[in-house]
Design a protein around this ligand. Structure first.
Ligand code: GDP
Ligand code: MG
Length: 333
């Protein structure tokens, strides 16, 4: 969302604010900045870190593998069968470099096995919140380092996909507690897991109810109202917010439909096609998360969540240098 202020363009001589450019002076070449930025981004690549949270068996690993069309989450059921459910919440980060059209993305999937699986789930968001803050701290340490790296490795969580169980009833206490505690520190995108297990009517009613409950509890998920940049942004995001939480389906199995191979799941009603918008909202989520809002997720993480952490840390230190000298050596990530 927010970036720095404008340049006061209409005071630059030769640039009328009509936007038609000046025929008097001819072409300057300002617009080539886009191509210059493109080249730099291509060369540098970028980091994207996505966290998945929800109790075991909700299809988290399958969904991220479906999103990125590869085995980016090795905890998927396809990998060596059953996993033991850990006794406490564990945090497992796995990174992959994915390349498409010459652009390299270093994708890190942060899995949280054990979340919500205990008899007593009190405070089970603690390790998750601790992990998120540790990444902010790492980044901060790099930033204030005297010998600052040209490019600080970014391990901050840009997006947390929160999986809601397709019960058809309501949110669980744990869902509410988790989102309440974490929506101020990270971008949360709630999704309804395994939505092929509900009929279209059940699904719509459930979505409606979940949205209401989130509102009642004052839970702000991404894209947050308050960070809309302008009317255009607001209109676009309003549409997305009205359609959330997306009811998704993930799969690693292909089916033949009308002579085409598609990812899907066989159900009593036939094959539910993952990418067919008439069947589920996987494609909506994918388009939103990757094709329209990936850069914004990174910007909100940096400009809002990280900034809040940073301001608090620097304040706690009386506005002084936040790290003591003997800490600086360990910032070599
Ligand atoms: P995780 O524990 O949340 O990571 O769940 P997994 O991705 O390992 O999936 C658990 C089981 O649910 C596997 O048998 C998957 O095949 C199945 N599964 C995954 N996604 C879906 C889905 O969208 N719908 C249905 N019906 N089953 C799914
Ligand atoms: Mg898993």
């Amino acid at each position: 969302a927010r970036l720095g202020g404008g340049f006061g363009v209409d005071r630059v001589p030769g640039l009328g604010h009509s936007g038609s450019g000046s025929t008097l002076l001819g072409y300057i070449g300002i617009d080539t900045i886009i191509e210059q930025m493109r080249k730099k981004t291509m060369k540098a690549g970028f980091d994207f870190n996505i966290m998945i949270v929800g109790h075991s068996g909700l299809g988290k690993s399958t969904l991220v593998n479906t999103l990125f069309k590869s085995q980016v989450s090795r905890w998927s059921s396809g990998w060596g069968g059953e996993h033991k459910i850990p006794k406490t919440v564990e945090i497992k980060a796995v990174s992959h470099v994915i390349e498409e059209g010459g652009v390299k993305m270093k994708l890190t999937v942060i899995d949280t096995p054990g979340f919500g699986d205990q008899i007593n789930n009190e405070n089970c968001w603690d390790p998750i919140s601790k992990y998120i803050n540790e990444q902010y701290e790492k980044f901060l340490k790099e930033e204030v380092n005297i010998a600052r790296k040209k490019r600080i490795p970014d391990t901050r969580v840009h997006c947390c996909l929160y999986f809601i169980s397709p019960t058809g009833h309501s949110l669980r206490q744990l869902d509410i507690e988790f989102m309440k505690h974490l929506s101020r520190v990270v971008n949360i995108i709630p999704v309804i897991a395994k939505s092929d297990t509900m009929t279209p009517d059940e699904k719509n009613e459930f979505k409606h109810r979940v949205r209401k409950e989130l509102e009642t509890h004052g839970i702000e998920y991404y894209p947050q109202n308050e960070f809309d940049d302008d009317m255009e942004d607001k209109n676009e995001n309003d549409k997305i917010r009205e359609a959330m939480p997306f009811a998704v389906v993930g799969s690693d199995k292909e089916f033949q439909v009308n002579g085409k191979r598609v990812l899907g799941r066989k159900t009593a009603w036939g094959v539910v096609e993952v990418e067919n918008p008439n069947h589920c909202e996987f494609a909506l989520l994918r388009d939103f998360l990757i094709r329209s809002h990936l850069q914004d997720l990174k910007e909100v993480t940096h400009n809002i969540h990280y900034e809040t952490y940073r301001a608090r840390r620097l304040n706690d230190n009386g506005g002084l240098h936040p790290i003591s000298a003997n800490n600086t050596q360990e910032s070599n990530l």
